[in-house]
Structures are given as C-alpha cells and as structure tokens.
Design a protein. Structure first.
Lengths: 474, 447
C-alpha cells in the first residue's frame, strides 16, 4: 500500500459508507437565571453558580456614558478606567499589578458609550483576595499624577497604531460619517490626540467623583462557588465601597445620516480594501430584534450565509465578510428620556484591491436579491437551529455568561432577556426575518467606508452607483 | 491573606480523566467524560503541518486544510459547515508548524453527526476534490494571507523572525501561511498527493470530550472510521535538530510604513515537553508576561520608552521553541535605547534569577491560563490530541499544570542564563519610513 494511487482505490473500495446519522433527543439546557440582590451600599449584585467553572468571572457595570465626558476631554473615561488599577489607598501601581498577578487574576477596564466596564477573572480559590483588590480599585483609587500622566502618554502613543489598523480606521471613519459632528458617537471612543493631551489627574478625579459609586453600579459574578461564601466575600470587599445615591443620567437620542454614500480612506499601495458598510437601527428593546438577528445571520453570519456563499466560496474575493448588529447604547422605555438607544448594523470584511469593485457589485446584488426574493424557509430553519442550538456551547464558560448578563444590565434589559430571546428566535418565521433584515440593510441607505488604494478602487466604485464617492487621506 | 501554592487541589485536572483506544487501522482515540453541560467536542489532529512541506510548496498544508471543507463522498460542497451549524454546532480547522487540527463542538445529542462527517472526509475526500474548489480556496487563502499578514503593520514580523531563527532549508524556516508564489504553484495533483500521504487514520488522533457515553461513542467511532484503510506512505519529517543556541546574534532592519519603531527578537529555547521548556515559559512570564513583569515595569512604567512590551512563547516539539519579544517604542525613542534596557534586564535576571514573589506570580498566571484552556470541552479535546500526537501520551494534558508548578527557581535561573542572551537571538528592528508624515489623519481632500 505504499503506492499512493492504489491507496485511493483501496479507500474507495474498502471504506464502508453509512447513511447520515440522525441526532438523538436534545437534552434540556437554559440560559442561567441569575440571583439578583443588592448590598447595603446600593450596589446591585447578580450571581450565577456554574458548576465546574473554576475560573470565576466578575463584571462591574458603572453607569458613566461617554456622552457625559466634559466638553473637549474625550478619552477621560478611558484614562479613568485604566487608572483604576494604577494604585489605591493600599498599594502603589506596581504593587497592585503584582498582587493581582499573584492571584493568577486578570483585570481589564474600559469605557464605551453606555459606561465603564471592569472585568476580573480569577481562579475560584483566590476569589476573595482578588475581590478585595477590585474593591480597592473602585473604592479608593489613588489616581497618582505621575501614573495618569504616563497613561495619557501611553494612550497618545497608541493612537497612531489604531489609525494604521485598517479595521479600526474604517470604524472611526464610519462613526465620523454617520453621526452628527455634535454627537459623542461621531468621535473616537478613546479620544483623539488633541483631547487626550488635555487630560490630567484632576480631570480623571473629577470624572470618578461624578460617576463612580456603588448605587450607580452592578456587579455580576459567575463561576463554581462550591465551598465559597460569595455573600460574605462580596460584603467584605465591595460592601466597603461608599458613595452618594445615584442620579439618573439622561442621554440624547441617537441619530444618524444613512444617505447612501462612499468614503474612501486612501492607503496608496494597500493590497486589500477594508470594507465597512453600515447604518444604525433599533436596539434590543425593539420587538423586531429577534427577527433581525435571524435575518442578519442568514445574510452574513457565517461562511455559508448569503454574502460568503458568493464573495468567498464562489468568487474567492475575501477570507470572509460578516453582517452584524451591535448595540451602541440602550435604555429602557421607562428610563428618563425613554428609549434612546440604537445599534450599529454593519457588513465588514476585506477584499483584495483588484476585486474591490466586483466584490461590492456582488455584495449589492446579494442585498437586492434578498429584498426582491426574501429568505427561504430552509435558510431560516438552519439559522434558528444554529443560533438556538449553539447556546450551550457559547455559554460554557463563566466569562461568557457574565459578559452577557452584564450587557443586559447595561442595556436595561430584564435578567431573563437572553433566555427569552432563544424562545422568540424559535418562534420567528421566514417572512418576519426577511422583513427585518431587508429593513436593516436597505441597498440605498448604507454608508460605505473603504480603507484602500484610492487610485485603484475609486473609479470602479464610482461606476457602481452606490452613492457619492469622497476620498480622504489615510 | 495566605494563598496556597496552587489554585486548585488537583492542580488543574479538576478530577478529569481520559481513556485511550486504538482501532485496527491505527486510529488512536481518546475519550473524556464530563456531564456538566450537554455538549460534546470532537477534535481530530493529523500529524502533519508546515514542517512537512517541501521547498516550492510552502502553505500547502494550510491550503489543504481549507480543501477539507469542500466536500467528500457523501457531503456535498459546503455541507460540512452547513450540517454542523444546522445541528447547533460550531467548527473549524487550523494549521500550525507541527499539526493540522479539525474540530466540532456539538450539542451532546448531535455527536454522531460530527463523527460521521470527520470519517467521511478522512476516507473519501479525493472523490469530491476538484480544480474548481482548489482555485477558489487558493484565492481565499491568498486573501487570508493579505488580511492577516500583508495588509497589517508589522504583519510579516513573525515570518521574518522565524526565517532568521531557523536556517534556510530547516523545516520550520517558513510559517504555515506560505508564500504567494508557492500558493500559486500548488496543483490539484499536489493536493491529492498530500492527502494520500498524510491523511491516514494511523497518522491521526481523535478525541471526544464532554457529555458522552464512552461505550456508545467508541462504537460510533468504530462504525464510521473503522473501515478506512491505514496507510504507511508517510516519510519521517526532515529533522528539526539544531544547536541549543544560535551562536551569535542575527539582525535585520526593516524600513516600512509602520506607526512606530519596534524591536522584536526571537530566542531559541528548549523543546516543548521538557522541564526546561516549562522553566523557559516561567522565565518569559517573569520577564515579559503581564503588567508586573520586569520588562513592562522597566520600559513601560519607569523608562516610559515603550507603548507595549511583552514576551510570548511558541512551544515546539520537533525543533527548538521560540521566545518572542515584542516592544513598540514610545514617541521618538530610539531602538538602541530599548535594546540596551532589555539587555540590562536580561543580564540582571541571568545574574539573580527570579525572586520567590516573581515565581509565585508567574506560576499563578500560567496556572490560570491552563484552567482557561481546560474550562471548555473543546479546549480539553485539543490538549488531549496535542499530547497524544506530539508526546505519545494524552494523559500528560491532565497533569500539565502540575508540571509547571513543580519547576524550581533554580531551573528558571538556569534556562535564562543559558538561553536568554544576546548571542542566542534573531533581532528584527522596524524603522518607519517617512512617506506619509505630513498627512494629518483626519484631513479631508476631495479627489
């Protein structure tokens, strides 16, 4: 059997083929329902015991929208979030990092449109110690001037790296294009060179004083709590955090101009064009959300969805193009100011420079065909089976469960939202999914950002008639 | 507050066990039960990677991995993806220097489908493989190369470092993505020959982990894989043996349009599977893992000369492993300043070794990384295959954390002295070209 050709023949003649097996009966699984409570200091607590998950995930949501950053200080929320772990009343910055790592823990903090999120992961046996450090960071950050200054310089150094990254550059250009210049949404989340350069320890302390307090925060804690008194651990640590009562934060409704047009961010010599095609749509409070999730998956959720079936698997223009909906900021209908949220609906991917025109042409054909003919029942069925079926896989780890619970809190959704979403997805029909995705991605109301070589792509793109084409320097 | 030396009593195995089996055709099978969540992971490692490729055909193992998703005797076109996703599963495949892996994570009741699919392509891929899918996936892979390496600042750094650290002609001299010219040159006959040579049951390990009935699972494995003929056409891979150290510093300066200067370097380190490799992992963690490491404290916190600084370890079994340092400079700082600071820190570490506190932190971090990897059924399935393919014993996956925790400061000190030295590294320096310096990034211009 050393002759390779013979082996192929043998394989054909010897392998016994069997019909495709049919699955057994599904075992019940439900998205975990957290226990909700509060500490005496006003901190809301959501906890979920997940047997076997030895790495505990802790997420802290702090209501501090980017919109509340002072005028001209874009990025102060980011610098404040990073500075939380740069020294406290008990440890200086280096000691704090060392103590965290001594627990085998990771601590990340970042600021986005809805607020500041602090994420801790730590082996369960060292949870109490790590919670103590997390509490110190929230309760008594030192914000030393030298450390804040270093973080500002570091942030300034990061900006050129972000601008050089085609995906990041495209995202910034799309935000700038979609939202009115007066909106915080139009500007980079982590600030620009100009605004970051103005941030100092005083600005960071002021932002902290205005927003960071237990009554305006929620902690989500998920993992295997066997042998751990979680209530006591929380009371001893985050329970010591003090602050005034929370005042409601009103934010302005999100608006965007989705007139069909194209912006090319010029990158002479680029071998690929980064595409980001988007507009805004409703958030998860909208009844259409499940249908939109389903339809968007059929359009571009995976490599067997409509976009990749053509752009990747037929034409080879790309390694992959995805369509998605991502909530920017969200508030409940009964919040002050009512429902003011929105999501970014977008299609993103990269195609080789030469194929840019043909790829966009095909992409628009896919959108127009979808609008004209709708989804098929078979597509809808496979999408539901995937979206609902993968839930137990997707939520195997504590971090995944904690992340979704914290998102729900941040978006003013009920604790059983994700569980209900699966039920609603299963009930959503082909017609509803079609209607939702077609209204989410109308072919004539999409803003297209292309980061690529304008000299090569501008003309073919103009010829497509998908909107006025503007070129900006890269 | 006192903390134990280990985060878990069983040092990471969490009471997990695995059983081993072998079919008559040589397919090795590893099963591990865990009924906490109704999911099951299937993982198949073929003992073939880019190190098996020959000159002029780099990237073939990875291109071939793509072709494995293009259908087989009973699975049409993209059916593999469609069926797994339609059953509520997730899947993919990846190619590295030393292996190619394919994996599906399924709701437990759909496990049999994943086994059927993997067997179908192991036994009958060539009946479906045609010129059209090769041409299509060649274009997809070339776009993958552009997206992940060619169109990204510093994107080809790893390729350049590898090419320096492993000499011309060495099986690890090139990376799995391969070159554009070689991807263009790959023919259908190359792909067929590759399959016939390497895709045999006796050149693979299958692991199934999760909410499974082991007896039933083994019966399914026997049913679907058992009749696939074994094949012994594979030649032993070219030797990856090299001296322990480079024997002198290599250096390359790249002038490119990148956002800042950078200093990267690759150190030759001990082979994976040895105590010395675990010691090296701890040494790199003390020096450049996380935000309490020596290099982070020196370059980012104190000197403020770097935006980011860190060490990574590429563990390799068939050649020396690679320790990869990556430092991006701050503002106008010169690479020479970074380099002398790095050398001072390396020299100091070689002289002193780790402090007890540094050992504790490094071991705690590596322990958590292991717990993360073992937290999912797919992570566990992959590690069981890894230890079975590369070291002949899947059980080693369940005791890996314990081995890292068993390393002494003296061993960390010794490996740092022997390996983390200027004459054992390939250095890659990035100097940004001045091309676009005048252009303000937000200035608009109509054209």
């Amino acid at each position: 059997m050393s002759d390779a050709t013979t082996r192929e023949d043998l394989a054909m003649s010897e392998m016994t083929f069997h019909p495709q097996p049919r699955g057994g009966a599904p075992k019940p699984w439900a998205f975990p329902a957290p226990e909700r409570g509060a500490l005496p200091n006003g901190l809301t607590v959501l906890r979920s015991h997940r047997p076997g998950q030895q790495v505990v995930a802790v997420e802290v949501d702090i209501v501090a929208p980017l919109e509340s950053e002072p005028e001209g200080l874009d990025g102060v929320a980011t610098i404040m979030a990073r500075a939380l772990s740069e020294g406290t009343d008990r440890h200086d910055a280096e000691e704090f990092a060392a103590e965290l790592e001594r627990c085998g823990a990771t601590l990340d903090a970042h600021a986005d449109h809805p607020g500041v999120r602090v994420s801790l992961e730590v082996p369960a046996s060292r949870l109490s110690h790590a919670l103590g450090l997390l509490a110190d960071a929230l309760r008594a950050p030192a914000f030393p001037e030298g450390e804040v200054e270093r973080l500002v310089r570091n942030r300034l150094d990061e900006i050129p790296h972000e601008l050089a990254n085609p995906g990041r550059r495209a995202a910034m250009a799309l935000s700038k294009e979609l939202f009115p210049a007066s909106s915080r949404m139009s500007r980079p989340r982590q600030g620009t060179e100009e605004t970051v350069g103005r941030i100092d320890a005083a600005a960071v302390r002021a932002f902290y004083a205005a927003h960071v307090r237990p009554a305006a925060a929620t902690v989500v804690i998920v993992g295997d709590f066997t042998g751990i008194d979680v209530a006591a651990a929380l009371a001893d640590t985050l329970g010591a955090w003090q602050g005034s009562a929370a005042e409601p934060v009103a934010v302005a409704p999100i608006t965007a101009d989705d007139t069909g047009r194209v912006v090319i961010v010029d990158r002479p010599g680029a071998v690929q064009t980064q595409l980001l095609i988007g507009r805004i749509g409703a958030d998860r409070h909208d009844r259409q959300w499940p249908a939109q999730v389903l339809g968007t998956y059929c359009l571009g959720g995976t490599l067997t969805s409509r976009l990749d079936r053509v752009l990747r698997e037929e034409k080879g223009y790309t390694y992959g193009v995805r369509a998605f909906g991502q909530v920017l900021r969200s508030s409940a209908p009964d919040a002050p100011g009512g429902s003011t949220g929105a999501s970014m609906l977008a299609i993103s991917g990269s195609v080789d420079t030469e194929s840019t025109g043909p790829a966009l042409d095909d992409l628009w054909k896919v959108l127009r065909t979808l609008a004209a003919e709708g989804l098929t029942d078979a597509e809808r069925d496979v999408a539901v089976q995937n979206l609902v079926g993968v839930a137990p896989l997707k939520y195997e780890t504590a971090a995944a469960v904690a992340g979704t619970l914290a998102d729900q809190v941040e978006q003013h959704l009920p604790d059983d939202y994700q569980a209900q979403l699966y039920a609603r997805l299963a009930e959503t029909g082909t017609v509803e999914a079609t209607a939702a995705v077609v209204s989410a991605f109308p072919a004539d109301r999409l803003v297209t950002v292309l980061v690529g070589d304008a000299a090569q792509i501008a003309e073919p793109v103009r010829a497509l008639g998908i909107g006025e084409v503007t070129v900006v320097s890269g | 507050m006192p903390m134990g030396h280990t985060a878990t009593e069983k040092a990471g195995s969490g009471g997990l066990t695995a059983t081993e089996h072998r079919l008559a055709n040589g397919l090795r099978v590893v099963l591990s039960e865990d009924h906490l969540t109704p999911v099951a992971a299937v993982c198949l490692w073929y003992d073939v990677g880019s190190r098996h490729e020959v000159k002029g055909r780099t990237g073939l193992a990875h291109l071939f991995e793509h072709l494995m998703f293009q259908g087989s005797a009973q699975v049409k076109g993209n059916g593999h993806f469609e069926l797994v996703q339609g059953a509520g599963g997730s899947l993919n495949g990846t190619t590295s220097f030393e292996r190619t892996n394919y994996f599906e994570t399924m709701p437990a009741h759909e496990l049999e489908l994943a086994l059927w699919l993997e067997a179908d392509r192991m036994g009958s891929l060539l009946t479906a493989l045609d010129e059209e899918s090769l041409e299509n996936q060649r274009d997809v892979v070339k776009n993958e190369r552009r997206q992940r390496y060619d169109n990204v600042p510093y994107g080809t750094a790893f390729e350049k470092l590898t090419a320096m650290a492993y000499p011309e002609g060495h099986p690890y001299h090139h990376t799995p993505i391969g070159s554009m010219a070689d991807l263009d040159a790959a023919s259908l006959e190359d792909a067929r020959a590759f399959f016939r040579t390497y895709y045999a049951p006796n050149n693979a390990v299958l692991s199934v982990v999760g909410d499974i009935d082991p007896e039933q699972t083994l019966a399914w494995v026997e049913k679907y894989f058992g009749s696939i003929p074994s094949h012994d056409g594979k030649q032993p891979p070219r030797s990856g043996a090299l001296p322990d150290t480079l024997g002198g510093q290599l250096r390359e300066v790249v002038e490119e349009e990148v956002p800042s200067r950078a200093l990267m370097s690759a150190y030759r380190l001990p082979h994976d599977g040895t105590r010395e490799a675990d010691a090296a992992d701890l040494a790199l963690t003390v020096l450049g893992g996380g935000e309490s490491s020596r290099l982070y404290n020196r370059l980012v916190r104190r000197d403020r000369s770097a935006v980011a600084a860190g060490f990574g370890l590429l563990r390799l079994a068939g050649a020396p492993s690679l320790g990869w340092l990556d430092v991006k400079t701050s503002g106008g700082v010169e690479v020479a300043d970074i380099e002398s600071a790095v050398d001072e820190e390396l020299a100091r570490f070689a002289a002193e070794g780790p402090t007890p506190e540094e050992m504790e932190r490094a071991q705690a971090q590596l322990e958590r990384e292991w717990l993360d990897r073992l937290a999912t059924v797919s992570g566990r399935a992959d590690e069981l295959c890894r230890y079975a393919v590369l070291f002949g014993d899947p059980q080693l996956a369940l005791t890996a954390v314990g081995r890292v925790l068993d390393i002494t400061p003296e061993e960390v000190h010794a490996v740092a002295q022997a390996r983390l030295r200027p004459d054992n590294r390939a250095v890659l320096v990035y100097e940004p070209t001045a091309a676009d310096e005048s252009a303000d990034n937000d200035e608009e211009a109509d054209r």
